[in-house]
Design a protein around this ligand. Structure first.
Ligand SMILES: [Zn+2]
Length: 257
């Protein structure tokens, strides 16, 4: 059971759910969330009472600052193209439990397996003074292609910033490139939480996907789009001018070939 069929009007959740649904539809339309890939969460409120939540889902790391915070979060196995239709489909109305050690939901549902990475993103946002925060995770193709570049993470981030000025202008260059870890694992959540705690607005999981952090789902999606565009520009530059497009290698002059 998800919030959409839990019964009872809840204006706070309806507004949050609509914001999530809008981004979910966008991700699906862009082809950035195949099958049940991708997940979204929106930490939107801590004042209103959603009613009893009896199912407890332990988090891999506690987020004590978020105790009592309501979180709209996509369900495990949900599809973005369905969540994007609105009405709360595939979306859970969760509350952060005591000590921030769990998410509490209605029975019979489970949040995304990446919930711990999301909640650590929200923790970093709260510690930055943000009243609300959203995390968007998607599988974007240009960043996935760029995963085969074996340059050091710092070099790739440097080249992404050079490729597209918006990375610095709108994200302050706050991009982290993480080496692969098992999806849903504590190791992945810990590394992601560390990146967000260090100020990242966008975290790339090499060979898997990308997460954006913002005050609302649209803003978190902006972070994903900006860095994905930078990756696409790097790749297109390589296809036109040669070279790797990243790795700092010099472009090959095709007029001489
Ligand atoms: Zn994923």
């Amino acid at each position: 059971m998800t919030a959409g069929d839990s019964g009872g009007p809840d204006p706070a959740f309806r507004a949050a759910g609509a914001a999530v649904a809008s981004v979910a539809a966008h991700l699906a339309a862009r082809g950035w969330a195949e099958a049940s890939a991708g997940n979204i969460s929106f930490s939107f409120d801590r004042l209103s009472d959603p009613g009893p939540r009896t199912e407890e889902h332990a988090l891999q790391f506690p987020v004590p600052d978020l105790e009592g915070r309501r979180v709209a979060i996509t369900a495990s196995g949900s599809r973005m193209r369905q969540t994007g239709q609105g009405g709360g489909r595939g979306l859970l109305d969760a509350v952060t439990g005591t000590g921030g050690r769990s998410l509490l939901t209605l029975p019979g549902v489970r949040p995304t397996s990446e919930a711990s990475s999301h909640m650590l993103g929200h923790l970093s946002a709260a510690r930055r003074g943000m009243a609300t925060s959203a995390v968007v995770h998607a599988h974007t193709p240009a960043l996935l292609v760029l995963a085969s570049c074996r340059a050091a993470p710092g070099t790739i981030v440097h080249d992404l910033r050079k490729a597209h000025p918006e990375v610095d202008l709108l994200l302050g260059g706050a991009v982290e490139w993480l080496e692969p870890r098992e999806p849903g694992s504590p190791a992945l959540a810990e590394a992601t939480g560390g990146a967000f705690a260090g100020g990242a607005r966008c975290v790339v999981w090499r060979g898997h996907g990308v997460l954006g952090l913002g005050a609302c789902p649209d803003e978190a999606c902006d972070a994903v789009e900006i860095v994905e565009t930078a990756a696409r520009l790097l790749i297109e530059r390589a296809s036109v001018f040669g070279g790797h497009g990243c790795c700092g290698s010099p472009a090959r002059d095709r007029r001489r070939t």
